[in-house]
Design a protein around this ligand. Sequence first.
Ligand code: CP3
Length: 348
Amino acid sequence: MLKNDLLLRAARGEQTERTPVWLMRQAGRILPEYRALRGRLSGFKELVETPELAAEVTIQPVDALDVDAAIIFSDILVVPDAMGLPYEMVEARGPLFPTTLQSAADVDKLRVADPEEHLGYVLEAIRVTKRALNGRVPLIGFAGAPWTILAYMVEGHGSKTFSKARRLLYTNPDLAHALLRKITDTTIAYLQAQVEAGANLIQVFDSWAGILPPDHYREFSTRYIREICQALPDVPVTVFAKGAYFALPDFTSLDCRTIGLDWQEDPQAARLIIGTDKTLQGNLDPCALYGTREQVQHATIEMLRRFGPQHHIANLGHGVYPDTDPDNVRVFIDTVKEFSTLARTNDL
Ligand code: CP3
C-alpha cells in the first residue's frame, strides 16, 4: 500500500487534494549526496549496474526534496547496451557508442533483449528500491522512445541535429523500421518487466522528438510509442516527447494517461487539444530555477494557474540542470504544494 499516491491518482484522472510534484532527472546531478557517492565509483555505469547503489541514489531526492515520486536511477541507453550495442559515459561529455549502426548486417546482429538476462540489474534495483521505499511514494520506471534510442545508436553520441539518424529515415526507411521494430520489442518486454518488478507508473522519454518533421514523427515515432502504451495496461503511462507540440492531436488517441509538456509548450493550448481525459505534466522552464526565491515562487504559481488545479502533475519542462541550487528546487516543490492546496480551498 502506498502512503502517498497523489501521483497515481492524478495520472488516473482522479481528483486530488493538491497537485503532485516531482522533477525529471531529480536523481543525480544536483544533489551533493549523489556527487559524493558517484565520486567514489569507477563511473556512471558502475552506479547504474549496482542495484543497491542505484536504489540509494533513487531515494536521495525523496529524502532531500520531499517529492511525490521516485524515479529509478538508470539511463535510457541501457536498452541499446542490452541489445548488443554498448555505450560509454564519458566524464563531463555524455554518452558515446564506440560502434554505431551503419548497415542491415549491423541491425541483424542486434538481439531483442531478454529483460531478466540482459537488464536484470535494473529490475533488481527496482525491487531493492521498492523494499526500501516501503510505500512512501510511487516508483516511476522508464525507457526511451524507440526513435530517441535509434538516434543515439545511429549517431553514436549527442548532437544538435542528429543528421546521421535523420538521414537514415530518408535513405533507408526499411532499415530504420527494422531497427525500430527490435528496439520496440525490447522496450515493451523491458517495461513490462519493470512493472512486474514493482514500477507504479511508466514514463517514455522521447527527448529528440522535436527534430523530426511531423510526417516522419508520425511514421517513425508515434506508431511505436502507441504500441508501447498498448502493451502496458496495468499502470498509468506518461509520454514526454520534447518539442513535439505538433504531435499533440495524435497523442489524444494514445493509450496513455499523461502527456508531458516541455517548457516551450503553452499549457492552455495543450489542454484545448488534449482535453481533461488525460493529465498534463510539466512544464516550468528549468532556467526559471536560476532566479531568486521570489522569482521561483512567482514563476511556479504562474505555471500552476495555466494548468489549473486538477489533471496536472507539476514538473519542469525538461530535466533539472546540473548547476541548479537545490534550495531553489525546494522552493519550487514547496510552492507547488502550498499554492495548489490553497487554490483548492480559496478558489485562487
Ligand atoms: O530522472 C532521473 O533522476 C533518473 C535518472 C536518469 C538518468 N538519465 C541518469 C543520468 C534518467 C531518467 C535519464 C534519462 C535520459 N538519459 C534521457 C532522457 C531524458 C532527457 O534528459 O531528455 C537521455 C536523453 C539520456 C542520455 C544521457 N545520459 C545523456 C545525454 C547524458 C549526459 C548528460 C547528462 O548529464 O544528462 C547522460 C548521463 C546521465 N544520465 C547522468 C545521469 C545522472 C549524468 C552522468 C553522471 O552522473 O556521470
